[in-house]
Write a protein that binds this ligand. Sequence first.
Ligand code: KG4
Ligand code: ZN
Length: 343
Amino acid sequence: MEQLNKEEVVILAIETSCDETAASVVKNGREVLSNVIFSQIDLHTRYGGVVPEIASRKHIEKINQVIEEALERSGKTLGDITAVAVTYGPGLVGALLVGVSEAKAISFATGKPLIGVHHISGHISANYIEYPDLEPPFVCLVASGGHSHLVITEDYGRYRIVGRTRDDAAGEAFDKVARAIGLGYPGGPKIDRISAEGNPEAIHFPKAKIAGNEYDFSFSGLKSAVLNYLNSCSMKGEQICQADVAASFQKAVVDVLVEHSLHAVREYGYDKFAIAGGVASNTSLRREFEKECERLGIAFYHPSAVYCTDNAAMIGAAAYYEYKKGVRHGYDLNAVPDLKLGE
Ligand code: KG4
Ligand code: ZN
């Protein structure tokens, strides 16, 4: 038993669910030995969003190079790794298939175990990397381009969703509003940056009220309110102030995310709260959570920006706990574009 506890588990992790081709080598779930990300953003920018077909083709072109680099930087060889992990859903099916096929090939060639990981479980587990003492249970807000979920992490890899978006994901709203005000893709970081120069109180955008579940989110009404505001300015021949629109929109999103999340933390009786996903790197969101968590005596955890947006280190962190539980996938592992979390 002592021997097993001291076992060094080195996981080669692969992530290709959207437009980042990523590979990482992670030791014992918390120590990142390498983290290589090839971002395809430049390729997709001209289309105003991710083009699935282009993403898959780029993944297949880059995947071996990215893995080779991850191994090289970690100082490990394929022979040194304990297991190979890969995101198998949710995500773009063609993009996921590249990573899944690659991981299966490596597992088959080396005889090392294969572990399929849920992308959201990866995002949540990104918090383990920089907080060695963080242990479940805790509440986590996952806000990315495809998801806005309020999740109770009951144990490693064991989740209960208590709130979700009824329509657009938070990141999707950032991307759509950024496009509407002429900032381009990807919208989140651009709105984040320009908001610093704007007045968040300049325009009052409504917060969505959801009937049924007080922890659910809705962002499509807010998006429509921004579009209506832009239309009415254009009809009146008024110039819009990009920074004010961005800051006011961002405030409306941040207020709702903070309100619902911390309400859930208190109602469910937890004292630890984490954030994850691309939107978790938003400056204003982090600042507000920091302030409110301190006021309420809740411990607040947030990954560095590089571990918020898609990466493979987070998949390696999640895979470690799956490995410890004995989870092993067979060579029939498939990509599951709508894979559910904790159901
Ligand atoms: O987690 P992620 O890389 O991919 C998905 O799993 O979806 O998240 C990407 C999303 C995009 O919608 C992007 O606009 C948003 O995260 N995002 C941000 C920021 N950085 C990325 N949103 C707000 N503020 C940011 N600083
Ligand atoms: Zn993601």
